[in-house]
Design a protein around this ligand. Structure first.
Ligand SMILES: [Zn+2]
Length: 234
């Protein structure tokens, strides 16, 4: 079932490892087939060295396993909530990549300090509020998703395809698994550069609105949007 999507999810899982975003098994990628509402996600705790396409787990949008012998990633419920709440996204990537996680642990959103950021994120990459004690002792993984959704109440998940969960790490998304992994890799680079920027000049004001618009819409303007819609059909 969903062989192409399985292959894409496996490949994106390998990509975040190749790019140095993942220690051991601290990362996961999923993607959704919107036509059927089925989600393909990395299994829990399987080493990347031996991971195969057949190991991917398929669930419905409420976590019921439809195909697969292994347990799905323990972050499944966060991924599922994002798919339910952000209908335009097609894949989710979660890592504990070092610099993005440092900003999350500091409880700081990443300001748009330069054009690399502006090419991918139309504004600061936001950080959620801290989870409450009852959020943590209750349905923690689901509540992590709720914290993200609350943070995006007035933000566009297509314009800002990443978030920092306070005290935890980033979640990124995209149209496809490759796209979401790419955003995770760029986020880590942007987070690293932002750390250096604020270290060198704590007063940095970042890009102007004009420069943010110039760079963001160059990649995501009307023409780029049409291009994405054409290959949006997985
Ligand atoms: Zn995590």
């Amino acid at each position: 079932m969903l062989e192409t999507l399985r292959d894409q999810v496996l490949e994106a899982n390998f990509e975040i490892v190749r790019r140095g975003l993942v220690l051991y098994t601290f990362g996961n990628v999923s993607a959704i087939d919107r036509a059927s509402g089925l989600v393909v996600i990395k299994p829990s705790g399987v080493p990347y060295e031996t991971m195969k396409s057949e190991d991917m787990v398929i669930t419905d949008l409420h976590g019921k396993i439809v195909e697969g012998d292994l347990r799905p990633s323990s972050d499944l419920d966060t991924h599922l909530l994002l798919y339910r709440e952000f209908p335009s996204i097609g894949a989710v990537v979660h890592t504990h990549s070092e610099y993005a996680t440092a900003w999350a642990q500091a409880g700081r959103s990443i300001p748009a300090y330069g054009t690399t950021h502006a090419d991918y994120f139309y504004g600061p990459v936001p950080v959620t509020e801290e989870l409450s004690a009852s959020d943590i002792s209750g349905d923690y993984v689901h509540n992590t998703g709720l914290a993200i959704v609350r943070r995006f109440r007035d933000l566009d998940p297509d314009g800002i395809p990443a978030v920092l969960v306070a005290g935890h790490a980033p979640f990124c998304w995209g149209k496809t698994a490759a796209d979401a992994a790419h955003n995770a890799v760029v986020l880590e680079a942007v987070a690293r550069m932002a750390y250096y920027t604020t270290t060198l000049n704590a007063e940095s004001k970042g890009v102007s609105q004009t420069l943010l618009d110039r760079h963001y819409f160059r990649k995501h303007g009307v023409n780029a949007t049409y291009g994405q819609k054409q290959d949006d059909s997985f």
